[in-house]
Design a protein around this ligand. Structure first.
Ligand SMILES: [Zn+2]
Length: 402
């Protein structure tokens, strides 16, 4: 990760970040409590606080009065002091979230991408819509501390998208291209950031061993072991979606055939359903979808049809469940998690069914099953997981003193 320009512009910023990190962790604090927690002298803390005040990054409000003295002034992060733009680029839409300095989402928009997945089109849409969102919310551009972007694929530390199979991008110098058009610091993250959104929604997860299994436009996973995200030698840890499960299967965007992603990712399932209907399969889905229905809506229609006992829909659902279950069993044997999170629009409508399938197969597919206690849960953050996660990553990096 490159140094944030937001950091470099500010001399003495390290101590300021330390105080902001404490406020983020503890909530409002008095100046004397900040002295205790930082072990810095009161005059040093006064200087830090006055710098943060000048930058409009903190609020100061009277707290509850103590039994003996005056009301202490409580210092907190000023939510309107800075803003973060969180962006998810996927083959269907560009999702943009506007986050305040508390990292709370204050506004969001979805921009349909249409059939033009070119980098030029994505950058053009970003330029128009990021400025439009700030203007609509009356936020001056200089109040934006940075943009975090994420997309499914492998991204180098220099911000080059080496390969994104869902978008069909190879060797795209995305950060450089964006820098030419946008004035803010640009941060690119892998989709692992979505786990940060889950942890923010449920802080107790931070200390767990988690296998986060996402099935949406792509198939991927994020692994947290002993509280640490696992990245791997080339930052590709978790590419479970590119495990070949059917060597003579359909082509995958990665160049291989029969990857898990080429079978059960949303676009792959949508393609299979369309092909089956075109080949004469009898199903009520034939009436509810057409050539233009996006994959997420096809998956929702599949779920409704399965609930209404459509035999074909139930077969497709169970076929996805079986693939998911095999992959989850493999992941449990490899990573020994205590929490398995199922996420993404392909798994969300079928959660009870998929969880049940994994539990039923557990004893036959997982090594030493009786000694494990794995909690299987659905992701909480839904479609906003990536924009929320990427904003949390920008904020975390900005206040990191490492
Ligand atoms: Zn693949």
């Amino acid at each position: 990760m490159e140094k944030n320009e937001f950091n470099l512009k500010n001399v003495g910023w390290r101590n300021e970040k330390l105080v902001l990190a404490l406020l983020k962790q503890h909530g409002p604090l008095s100046q004397s409590r900040i002295c205790q927690l930082t072990r810095l002298g009161s005059s040093t803390v006064s200087t830090i606080v006055s710098r943060l005040r000048e930058k409009d990054l903190i609020t100061e409000t009277p707290g509850q009065s103590g039994k003996r003295g005056a009301k202490p002034i409580l210092i907190d992060i000023n939510p309107t002091g800075q803003y973060i733009l969180g962006v998810e680029i996927n083959p269907t839409v560009i999702r943009i979230g506007l986050f305040n300095f508390h990292c709370d989402m204050t506004e969001q928009i979805s921009v349909p991408l249409g059939s033009d997945h070119s980098v030029e089109n994505v950058i053009r849409l970003l330029e128009i819509n990021l400025h439009g969102l700030l203007s609509k919310e009356n936020i001056p551009p200089e109040k934006v501390m940075g943009i975090g972007l994420t997309l499914s694929g492998s991204i180098t530390p220099a911000g080059v998208v080496k390969l994104s199979s869902p978008l069909g991008w190879k060797q795209v110098p995305l950060r450089q291209r964006l820098k030419e058009k946008l004035q803010w610091p640009i941060h690119l993250y892998s989709t692992r950031v979505r786990l940060l959104a889950e942890i923010r929604a449920k802080p107790s997860l931070a200390s767990k061993n988690i296998f986060y299994f996402n099935i949406a436009d792509g198939v991927g996973s994020t692994i947290l072991i002993d509280g640490h995200l696992i990245h791997g030698a080339t930052n590709r840890c978790g590419e479970l979606g590119h495990t070949i499960v059917q060597p003579d299967g359909p082509p995958c965007g990665c160049g291989h055939n029969g990857c898990l992603e080429a079978l059960i990712a949303g676009p792959a399932v949508a393609k299979k359903i369309r092909a089956d209907i075109a080949n004469g399969t009898q199903t009520t889905l034939a009436e509810s979808i057409n050539d233009k229905t996006p994959p997420d809506e096809i998956i929702e229609a599949l779920s409704r049809a399965a609930d209404l006992n459509d035999a074909y829909a139930k077969d497709v659902r169970d076929w996805i469940a079986e693939h998911l279950c095999r992959a989850a069993s493999l992941a449990i044997n490899l990573f020994d998690p205590d929490v398995l999170i199922l996420a993404g629009y392909v798994s969300q409508p079928f959660l009870p069914c998929f969880m049940d399938h994994i539990r039923r197969q557990f004893a036959d597919r997982v090594y030493d099953p009786t000694s494990r206690q794995i909690k299987i849960i659905g992701a909480r953050c839904g479609r906003e997981a990536l924009t929320r996660g990427v904003a949390a990553a920008v904020f975390q990096d900005a206040i990191s003193t490492a």
